[in-house]
Ligand binder design. Sequence first.
Ligand SMILES: NC(=O)c1ccc[n+]([C@@H]2O[C@H](COP(=O)([O-])OP(=O)(O)OC[C@H]3O[C@@H](n4cnc5c(N)ncnc54)[C@H](OP(=O)(O)O)[C@@H]3O)[C@@H](O)[C@H]2O)c1
Length: 364
Amino acid sequence: MTRSFRVESLKSDLGVAELVDIPTPQLDEGEVLARIERFALTTNNMTYAVYGDALGYWNLFPATRPGYGCMPAWGYAEIVESMAPGVPVGTRVFGYFPIATHLTMRPTKVTSRSFVDGAEHRTGTPEVYNLYELQPQDADPRLDSLTAIYRALFITSYTAADYLRDRDFFGAEQFVISSASSKTAYGAAYCLADSPAQRIALTSARNVDFVNRLGHYDAAHEYADLTAIDATKRTVYVDLSGDGDLRRRVHEHFGDQLAFDCLVGSTQADGFPEEDSSLVGPAPVFFFAALQLDAYKAEGQSRTFMQRYLRDEREFLERVAASDQPSITLREHAGLDDALGVIAGFHDGSTDPAVGHVFVPDAG
Ligand SMILES: NC(=O)c1ccc[n+]([C@@H]2O[C@H](COP(=O)([O-])OP(=O)(O)OC[C@H]3O[C@@H](n4cnc5c(N)ncnc54)[C@H](OP(=O)(O)O)[C@@H]3O)[C@@H](O)[C@H]2O)c1
């Protein structure tokens, strides 16, 4: 029998994760066994855990023990056993996986490009999380690592920029972007380069130099220097930090000039903001990329959108991985042991944003 390992997170303290040895079940008719080749972890995976109950992420890969949950991650896998028609052994896929060596799935809606895991416990979340896109046989480890890190993040940056562009950027003269060192934030700054507005970064003191080196922002300020930003300019706040105190300071500083508050991320929050009638200016509007993608699908625009997106993602990945001045250094971890420390680093905020963590779970 194949030995299978999985990382499970303690729901009551998301900095704590444990490696669990689980028996791989015998496949039933209609099921496949995927061996996970490589996946990436960023703060976004931590946020999946933070919203595990509220947005249903804990349901996708049920944990073996009560009080624990399986944090999802994006990556690549190969089908190594199959009892499902149309999905032969050797098929490679990109999609959503637990932090594990293997996953049993039940392919439905099988086409020449993709299938959907129709396992019963996976209903009720946006389809993008259950979709597995078929991949070429010849893996390109470097490109696969970059895609595992950036796909879910850059598609968010990209669709959020589309959302703002479709609304004439709310007339912004400047975007103020928090947690500016995060990949989703600097992806958004990159995608907003066609707007006439300036892109102003807000970040921790320790990340100001990194943010300046990225070259995607017109200026960078540490959080304590928020008031140094020109408050006479019409401003759109693109919030990746989710920090409630910072939100209040931003609203008070820009006052009537705050045109829109786009809440995209929660690197520094542990839940959705409470409704707050005392907040000056517009209430934050949560932007959820998965729902935006579902909307493109409902409008029959998925194919056109993906063609445009994949072309632009390739350009972005070339830019971040450029050999003369890369924004990221890939760190490849063999096995799953290091995942526990990497998760703890995301939890306490000590992770270096210049490092991209990639795992090869079954490194032999
Ligand atoms: N709405 C959506 O559809 C959607 C989709 C994808 C991602 N997101 C969200 O975007 C956010 C960024 O994700 P990412 O993967 O791009 O992040 P990342 O690249 O891993 O960003 C790391 C940065 O986040 C901040 N940070 C992380 N953990 C922290 C902590 N414990 N305490 C304080 N600061 C911390 C720091 O930035 P600073 O020093 O610059 O503050 C750090 O440099 C996440 O909240 C993610 O869920 C949302």
